[in-house]
Ligand binder design. Structure first.
Ligand SMILES: NC(=O)C1=CN([C@@H]2O[C@H](COP(=O)(O)OP(=O)(O)OC[C@H]3O[C@@H](n4cnc5c(N)ncnc54)[C@H](OP(=O)(O)O)[C@@H]3O)[C@@H](O)[C@H]2O)[C@@H](O)CC1
Ligand SMILES: [K+]
Length: 509
């Protein structure tokens, strides 16, 4: 699903109106109907609640007025407060139309133009059971005024359920930043598409549950725009590849080469390889330090494990001659021999290479300058600490994770998987995706090794690095959610995730 910024959303609305000839009032009416339906679905006792709709002067406020009308006509208890402090009390055209309609109904409508008029709102908020936020949507383009800030502060103090129409007021839909105040919402009902700001900065704290509502704009309108950002949802956890033919053989499904594990970290090699096998890799070869060879090979009879004394160009040549994709790093260690191993691999072979964990620390030591000229596709999977190390001096904590990941991937011509809550995947061509399939169960040792194995296996089966990374990230998140249900968030093991890969892949067929 596309994830849009303000400009893109406005452009989609404008094209729907100008090129697809949808009257904007019809879109507003559709929006209000979808929002009203969602409210009834989300709050079963909606008819018993005392509802306040806070409206701003623009179309977001117009949505609020139309929703208030629909709720009122269904018999709900609604009061409307319209906040408009512009000197001439100007409103958008569609806001004006909806205001006229509502003025002919028996709904209580109050105008607030200045601070002295807040007394009634304050009193009514004490007896309110649901607040609908229609102050500002994607049109918020400057810091909030003192009046609006005060209203938002008063509402936040009440600890009420708050439903945002399109976007929580005060949240910058481009980057999740907040200047001054933001209305803390229980639910955000996003119109047409989710906004980038929900998944950046303060967004995740203030949006609550996000639902995306259809308001009748055909999907072709968004397709006609070159939107480069997407949101990974459950639909992305399905592997987009053909069903295996009846007469298939293992060499059709890729040969994954893994360089991982060290004394004390043999499990990292095992988890990476098992995850690759469960994700459909036809063959998996592991180069493992000879001191952990037995530990790795005995628990994993399905993989080909070669004992190695690092550094070993001959072992790497052996792997390069066989594997069609490589993964280096999980539990590998950081000694000189490993540095030499990575250097050798960067200079030899043309298979896509996934660098994870220690592989990334080694890369940071070697320096990133050569990456742009690399003869192979590189996929880097850092957690925030490793990313900071990779960026070095250029790391800017003020830049959002999404934009930092996108800039890095473009600059170094790599696919970047910036892990964490709402993992970001970015491609060298500027595309990026944010994952919404999260689970605290994934915060466990070895979960990253599993993800690295999954990404590598999917590349081995022919998916592009970006496709493989986005699919694996969503699938991994879904496995985390399944494990949280089965074992609980606290007790999930990385190995449990691997069992879930099998169930999810079967389900996705
Ligand atoms: N277009 C469509 O087809 C559809 C749009 N839809 C809905 O419209 C929303 C976008 O509507 P929008 O563009 O009117 O912007 P909106 O979020 O209401 O805010 C702009 C207003 O607020 C004002 N203002 C801004 N910042 C301010 C501040 N800090 N402090 C005070 N005032 C401030 C600004 O004032 P101005 O700059 O004009 O002086 C203007 O009056 C969108 O999120 C969705 O909900 C749906 O109905 C579906 C169809
Ligand atoms: K809003």
């Amino acid at each position: 699903m596309y994830l849009v910024n303000r400009q893109e959303m406005k452009e989609i609305d404008a094209r729907a109106i100008d090129q697809w000839r949808f009257p904007s009032l019809i879109l507003m009416e559709n929006a209000a109907r979808s929002i009203t339906e969602a409210l009834f679905e989300t709050y079963e006792d909606l008819m018993d609640r005392r509802i306040i709709v806070l409206c701003g002067p623009g179309n977001n406020g117009g949505d609020g007025l139309a929703v208030a009308r629909m709720l009122h006509l269904k018999g709900a208890k609604v009061a409307v407060y319209i906040v408009n402090e512009s000197s001439d009390q100007k409103t958008s055209i569609d806001h004006g139309v909806n205001r006229e309609i509502i003025d002919h109904l028996s709904i209580r409508v109050f105008d607030i133009h200045r601070e002295g008029q807040l007394r009634l709102l304050k009193a009514n908020l004490n007896h309110c059971d649901l607040l609908i936020d229609a102050l500002f949507g994607v049109g918020l383009d400057r810091p909030l005024s003192a009046l609006v800030t005060e209203i938002i502060d008063i509402a936040n103090e009440r600890d009420l359920p708050v439903v945002a129409i399109d976007c929580p007021s005060g949240l910058n839909a481009d980057n999740g930043q907040v200047e001054g105040a933001v209305l803390e919402c229980t639910d955000t009902l996003a119109l047409t598409l989710p906004k980038v700001g929900f998944y950046a900065g303060r967004g995740p704290d203030v949006c609550g549950r996000v639902q995306v509502l259809d308001i009748g704009i055909p999907s072709e309108v968004a397709d006609s725009l070159a939107v480069k950002t997407s949101l990974l949802t459950a639909a992305d956890a399905k592997v987009k590849k053909d069903k295996r033919p009846a007469d298939c053989y293992k060499h059709q499904f890729g040969h994954v080469g893994i360089i991982a594990g060290s004394v004390g970290m043999s499990g990292a090699a095992v988890l990476t390889a098992q995850a690759a096998l469960r994700t459909g890799a036809g063959l998996v070869s592991v180069l493992a330090d000879k001191r952990i060879f037995h530990a790795v090979s005995t628990v994993m009879p399905e993989a080909m494990v070669r004992p190695v004394q690092w550094p070993s160009p001959s072992a790497l040549d052996w792997l390069l001659a066989r594997a069609n994709v490589l993964c280096l790093g999980p539990g590998l260690g950081l000694d000189e021999a490993k540095e030499e191993t990575l250097r050798y691999l960067l200079d030899h072979g043309d298979q896509p290479l996934v660098l994870d964990a220690d592989g990334l620390t080694l890369l940071a030591r070697l320096g990133l300058d050569g990456l742009k000229e690399a003869s192979r596709e590189l996929i880097l999977t850092p957690h925030p600490g490793e990313f900071k190390r990779l960026c070095g001096e250029s790391h800017d904590p003020k830049v959002s994770r999404l934009e930092a990941a996108r800039a890095f991937a473009e600059k170094y011509r790599v696919t970047l998987v910036l892990k964490g809550f709402q993992t970001v995947v970015a491609a060298a061509d500027g595309r990026a995706a944010v994952n919404s399939i999260n689970s605290p169960a994934l915060a466990t040792a070895g979960a990253g090794d599993v993800l690295a194995g999954m990404i590598t296996a999917l590349i081995g089966q022919g998916l592009s690095p970006f496709e493989a990374a986005t699919t694996a990230v969503a699938l991994h998140g879904q496995c985390g959610r399944n494990c949280a249900d089965i074992y609980g968030e606290d007790s999930t093991l990385a190995g449990d995730l691997i069992q879930e890969i099998a169930k999810e892949l079967r389900r996705g067929k």
